[in-house]
Design a protein around this ligand. Sequence first.
Ligand SMILES: Cc1ncc(COP(=O)(O)OP(=O)(O)O)c(N)n1
Ligand SMILES: Cc1ncsc1CCOP(=O)(O)O
Length: 556
Amino acid sequence: MQIDPSFDTSSFMAVAAASPSSLIYTRSSSTSGGRIPGSARRTTAVVMAAGNGGGRRMPHVLTVAGSDSSAGAGIQADIKACRALGAYCSSVITAVTAQNTVGVQGVHPVPEAFVAEQLRSVLSDMAVDVVKTGMLPSVGVIKVLCRSLQEFPVKALVVDPVMVSTSGDMLAGPSTLSGYRDELFAMADIVTPNLKEASALLGGISLRTVSDMCSAAKSIHNLGPRNVLVKGGHLPDSSEATDVFFDGENYHALRGSRLNSRNTHGTGCTLASCIAAELAKGSPMLQAVRRAKTFVESALDHSKDLLIGNGPQGPLDHLFDLSSTHARTAGARSFDANDLFLYAVTDSGMNSKWGRSILDAVEASIEGGATIVQLREKEAATRDFIEAANACLGICRSHGVPLLINDRVDVALACDADGVHVGQSDMPARVARSILGPQKIIGVSCKTAAQAEEAWADGADYIGCGGVFPTTTKANNLTVGLDGFKAVCLASKLPVVAIGGISSANAGSVMEISVPSLKGVAVVSALFDRECIVTEARRLKSILMDSSSPHPKLMV
Ligand SMILES: Cc1ncc(COP(=O)(O)OP(=O)(O)O)c(N)n1
Ligand SMILES: Cc1ncsc1CCOP(=O)(O)O
C-alpha cells in the first residue's frame, strides 16, 4: 500500500479504533479536509515508474453502489457479474446495508465527502472505461458523482436507478428522484429502470402493458439519457419477461422467457453491470444490452436449484461458468472487440511457399503484435487441421490472444478454440451459435448493410467486411472499396474488421475513415506472404496505432 508521508495515519487509526462498530472510517478534519494532499500526483508517478506501457489492459467498470451483506445484489453482484464477462470491476461504496434472503434489516449511508474521496481515488488512477451506478442514497451523493464525472470523464455511464429492493424495502429516498431527473440522466448513456422505478420516475403512472413500457421509455428518454431500457420482469399477466429498449428513434422489444425461480435477488444490478462490462469491452449499446440479458437468463437458469439462506429471495451464482469445462480451459476469455485491431489470418499455401509450419507463422505474428488469429487452412486434412489448431491454441492462450477457426465449426469444437469465422455460404451464424453456445466468438463475412444486420440478429460478435481493396488471396472476391466499406461500418450494429488487399501501404487510409464500429484490419498476405512476419506485423501495428485515436469512442 502506498501511504502519503503527509497523511497522518495515527489519526486514521484513532478514528477507526474509537468507532469500531460504525463501519465507516473517515479521516479526521486535521488532515486537510479529508483529502490526501498530493496523492493523485504521487499515484501517477508510481504507475509511470512501474512502466505502464507493456502490460495487458482489462476492460474496466467502476460500480458506484451499496454493499449487500448477502452478496446477491449491490457492489458484490456487480463485481461478480463484471468478472464473469471478462471485465475488471472497482467499487465506490455509497452505503452499507445489512440484508439477507429475507429482506433489508439496515442501511448505513457513507458520508458524501467520503464517497467523493473514493471516486477520486479510483478515477484519478485506474483508467476506468465505464461507470455503473446502483444505490445512490441521497441527492448529495448524486451531485458528488456528477461532479466527479465532469472532472474525470469516462467512455460511458450506465445508470440503474435503484430505489426499492427485490424484497420491497426502500433503498433511496423519494428526493433522489429529482437528482436522477435533473442531474444524472443528462450524463447517462443508458438508464435501466424496472417497472416500479419507471413509474416512480414518471410521477407514479401505471405501467401494465408493453405499449405502456414504450411510452415510459420515451418519457424517460426525454429526461436526457441517450438510451433507455425499461425492464418488464414484473409485468402482470405475462408469461414472458419482455424488456423495452429505446434509443431515441427505435423501440426494440427484447423478449425472454420468465423463469420460475426463488433465486432472483440482484438480477437488476447484474443486468446493468453486464451492460457496463460489455460496453467496456467495446460492444455497441444494443449488443451490450442483448448480451447482458442472455447472461442474466443463463445465470437464472443455472441458479434455480441453489439453496442459500432461508428467506424467499435467494442470490444468483454469477460465476456459474467457472464450473463448466469450457471456462476451465486455462486462458480462455470472452470477446473484446478491441482484439480485432490486428487480425492475422493464416494461409497454408503461403506457409508452405516460405517453408514455415502454421505454428511458426502464428507464433511470429503474435510476437509482432497480432491481437487475434484465425486459422484459414483451406487445404488441410481434418486430422492435421485439429492437430495444428491444438498446437496454435497453446501459443495463443499463453499470450492471451484469441484463436478462431475459418469455416470449420467441427474443428473449433474439437480443439475448444475461441470461436469461428464463417462466410455467407458457410454454416449460418445462427446455427453456429446454437452449436457453440453463448461464450464462443463468431465472426461473419459481410459485404452489405443487410448482411451485417442479419449477422447481428443471428448472434454474431463481429463482422469482417471486404474486400476493401483488390486481392489475389481469395479468388473471385468482389471488392467493395473504401466507400462501400464505410457504408457497411456505418450500418453495422456489430464491431467491424476490414479485410482484403490491406497492407502497410493502405492500412492507415482504412483506419482513417474513423467510424466507431471499425475496430481493426485483418490481413493474410501482408503478414504470411512476407519473408519476416514479425517485422511486417510490427510495421502494421505501428501504422494502425498512429492512425487510430488512442481512446476509441464507444459506439453508443
Ligand atoms: C476476418 C475475416 N473476414 C472475412 C473473411 C472471409 O471469410 P469467408 O467469406 O468465409 O471466405 P473464406 O475465408 O472462407 O475464403 C475471413 N476469413 N476473415
Ligand atoms: C479471406 C478474404 N475475404 C475477403 S478478402 C480475403 C483475402 C484477404 O487476404 P489479403 O489480406 O491477402 O488480401
